[in-house]
Design a protein around this ligand. Structure first.
Ligand SMILES: NC(=O)c1ccc[n+]([C@@H]2O[C@H](COP(=O)([O-])OP(=O)(O)OC[C@H]3O[C@@H](n4cnc5c(N)ncnc54)[C@H](OP(=O)(O)O)[C@@H]3O)[C@@H](O)[C@H]2O)c1
Length: 278
């Protein structure tokens, strides 16, 4: 499928279509801030909202989605099971609670948030059950390395549809991206803007941005899309939400893609996954 506009979708390995671009709501405060961000995003044409039980704002996501005039089946909602709830029964309970907070009957994508203490096998069985019952349209994981994915694939008939990982020009995870592509697992980039930190001051990106008359954020998000990576930038600012959606009217040259690829230096934000999950 071609990426032509903000509503462009990619077919996941179970045939479900997921928008390339979504709004992340980590750190969007529950209530007005999160609701306004989601409303602004939907008005700009975003059709995917990424939340998690850990973010504490599932109620706001549900409220904003219910109150917009867009049919529910046009909006793709992701939430995630948190580390404390990994286990068969615990994950089923966590799912019910998330759905209650979201006020939804069917979820589009449910992810295991982290491969925490390697406790994901039973949680995955719970996701499989919910998927078989039709309560979730697609199931996947987040922050998984290839060896975690191998374990799931070896013990399940369902290959995760998505692996949501930290991915940006300083941390482009080529080996993991290639592994997932081989297995039919769609990568979705979290912190694509490196949380608005040093990447925004990167001279190579500033130069490319000025050549295309775009912002650094737009260049990064466009680079995601041209590499086939779905992306979920967060903003609570309506102007920046709009700016982040204006990435479908230009194309980066192969030379510029290569320049951005060459920025990879292994720098990441947040905890080291393997340390955090020990
Ligand atoms: N699965 C996981 O473990 C995991 C972990 C982290 C995040 N996520 C998901 O991924 C989403 C995105 O990641 P993130 O929130 O960590 O970071 P991000 O999207 O890389 O960056 C968000 C930061 O960048 C700023 N920003 C947004 N657009 C901008 C623009 N055009 N120009 C300049 N600054 C801009 C935002 O500020 P303003 O709000 O003020 O605009 C915010 O401070 C999250 O919201 C969450 O849904 C998942």
């Amino acid at each position: 499928m071609k990426i032509t506009d903000v509503s462009s979708r990619i077919k996941l390995n179970n045939g479900i279509e997921m928008p390339y671009l979504g709004l992340g709501v980590y750190n969007s405060k529950v209530g007005f801030e999160a609701e306004q961000a989601i409303t602004s995003a939907l008005e700009c044409g975003y059709r995917l909202i990424d939340t998690a039980s850990f973010y504490g704002n599932e109620e706001s996501v549900g409220k904003a989605v219910r109150e917009c005039q867009i049919p529910r089946n046009e909006i793709f909602i992701t939430t995630k099971v948190w580390n404390d709830d990994l286990g068969y029964d615990a994950t089923l309970r966590a799912f019910d609670l998330s759905m209650q907070k979201l006020g939804l009957d069917i979820l589009d994508l449910y992810l295991i948030h982290w491969p925490y203490k390697n406790k994901f096998a039973d949680a995955w069985k719970a996701l499989e059950k919910l998927y078989a019952e039709g309560r979730i349209r697609a199931i996947g994981v987040s922050n998984f390395y290839d060896f975690h994915l191998e374990e799931i694939i070896a013990n399940s008939n369902i290959v995760p549809a998505v692996n949501q990982i930290q991915f940006h020009p300083y941390y482009n995870r080529q080996a993991l991206v290639d592994y997932c592509a081989n297995k039919g697992i769609q990568i979705q980039a979290w912190s694509p803007l490196m949380q608005g930190r040093e990447l925004m001051d990167e001279p190579v990106l500033i130069k490319i941005a000025s050549n295309y008359n775009k912002s650094v954020a737009q260049i990064i998000l466009r680079w995601n899309l041209q590499k086939g990576i779905a992306t979920i930038p967060k903003s609570s600012n309506p102007e920046r939400i709009k700016q982040n959606s204006r990435i479908f009217d230009f194309e980066l040259s192969t030379k510029d893609i290569d320049l951005i690829d060459a920025l990879n230096c292994g720098k990441f934000v947040g905890p080291d996954t393997l340390e955090f999950c020990k």
